[in-house]
Design a protein around this ligand. Structure first.
Ligand code: PGA
Ligand code: ZN
Length: 437
């Protein structure tokens, strides 16, 4: 069956924070329609592809995306109508060429990604193949081990926690459904524990609690209490952190040619750390607590620090580059050559097309890096990343806490995929992590 794109439309919708974002809809010659929408970050890396916003202070505080929508309706649509939506790479290359910039700043990565994802979904639907299988083929069978963000800090909450994400990962669960159950039980037990300790149980942007704690160790200890009080142990449930250290990084100042060192300013903790001190602090945390993974432990430009961190801790802990790699194949190549990390976070909107996202995943997998498919802090009801995680057998997913539909819809999609794969579904647990001791 030869398919053709017959119509493309785009509209402005709202994301989980109530900010505008792009939704694209594609109609094929056989009548199939499919939609895709794009998420948005708060602690975005400097080297991410550009999210086009109108910057008109009179509308949505500058955040409307009419230009991106117009680019789809007036420029992209005309160039893609008549194309076969299954020619994903050709479509993505056309989009990249039409944009012409190195960071998708002309058409906007938000408009480009919405089209790129909608094409894949439309083709899968027309061929009547589940999206994960369309993306990965007959070997797609690994349900990702979830890393669930149950305490939010940093740019995602109003509390004093310097670290952005405190996650639990049910590495000992036999199936994805069991992992989700463990996450939910621990989340609700944590709520009771926070209540008893006089902390607020309101949630942050990713649906995790945002108690007014300032010391990361206290947050970790409360989580450990919740794990144990729920009847689980620290072998079956591990802790993962996203420090989001680019947000903490302060460039050194120079006066009369004399420069101070760059520092990590942990305001909540009341400490300023050099790169080496930050590594020592992370090492202390790993030695004290059952931490299996640390994301962005250092800032995106602190390459020497990352190299030292990986040399020191890379054999015992998964070290994940988010801002460091921004899902960019060249950034990842650099990181592999220089041995900066052992794992990569994959966010399709950091790079802007599905094909480039798949290239980065492939390079990571070929080079022994673990891959974590990830949401953004501003999400939509689109569940594409759940199918992507199974499609490429990524092994790991980060899609927030056990509350709020923008997070839960991805988990619910994974439950359905697991059910559909039946006995052929694999849940890897600890084995999905890199350098897990
Ligand atoms: P962001 O945060 O979506 O706000 O960038 C997610 C992350 O840092 O992993
Ligand atoms: Zn991150």
């Amino acid at each position: 069956m030869v398919l053709e794109i017959e119509n493309i439309t785009a509209r402005q919708i709202l994301d989980s924070r109530g900010n505008p974002t792009v939704e694209a809809e594609i109609e094929l010659s056989d009548g199939t329609t499919a939609k895709a929408s794009v998420p948005s970050g708060a602690s975005t890396g400097t080297y991410e592809a550009v999210e086009l916003r109108d910057k008109d202070k009179n509308e949505f505080l500058g955040k409307s995306v009419h230009k991106a929508i117009d680019n789809i309706n007036n420029i992209i649509a005309g160039n893609l109508i008549g194309e076969n939506p299954a020619n994903q790479r050709e479509i993505d290359n056309t989009l990249i060429e039409m944009d012409g910039s190195f960071n998708k700043s002309i058409l906007g990565a938000n408009s480009i990604l919405a089209i790129s994802l909608a094409c894949a979904r439309a083709a899968a639907k027309a061929y009547e193949i589940p999206l994960y299988r369309y993306l990965g083929g007959i070997n797609s069978c690994v349900l990702p081990t979830p890393m669930m963000n149950i305490i939010n800090g940093g740019a995602h909450a109003d509390n004093k926690l310097d670290f952005q994400e405190f996650m639990i990962s049910p590495v000992g669960a036999p199936t994805f459904a069991d992992a989700l159950r463990a996450g939910s039980e621990i989340f609700h037990t944590l709520k009771n524990i926070l209540n008893k300790n006089g902390y607020s149980t309101t949630v942050g942007d990713e649906g995790g609690f945002a108690p007014d704690i300032s010391n990361p160790e206290e947050a970790i200890e409360l989580i450990i209490l919740a794990i144990e009080a729920s009847g689980y142990n620290l072998n079956s449930i591990k802790i993962c952190l996203d420090i989001a250290a680019s947000e903490l990084y302060e460039e050194g100042e120079c006066q009369d040619g004399i420069c101070s060192l760059s520092k990590y300013d942990l305001k909540g903790l009341g400490k300023k750390f050099s790169s080496e001190e930050m590594i020592d602090y992370l090492e202390k945390l790993i030695k004290t607590y059952p931490i299996i993974s640390i994301e962005d432990g250092l800032a995106e430009d602190d390459e020497l620090g990352w190299k030292n961190l990986n040399e020191k801790l890379g054999n015992t802990c998964q070290l994940v580059g988010d801002d460091l790699f921004v899902t960019n194949v060249e950034k990842l190549r650099n990181g592999i050559q220089k041995k900066l990390a052992n794992s990569i976070l994959i966010k399709p909107n950091q790079i802007g097309t599905l094909s480039e996202t798949l290239d980065t995943i492939l390079m990571a997998q070929k080079n022994g890096f673990s891959t974590i498919i990830s949401h953004r802090s501003g999400e939509t009801e689109d569940t594409f990343i759940a199918d992507l995680a199974v499609g490429v057998n990524a092994g790991l997913i980060k899609t927030g806490s056990l509350s709020r539909t923008d997070r839960i819809c991805k988990y619910n999609r994974l439950l359905k995929i697991e059910e559909e794969l039946g006995e052929n579904a694999k849940y890897m647990g600890t084995k999905a992590f890199n350098a897990a001791s």
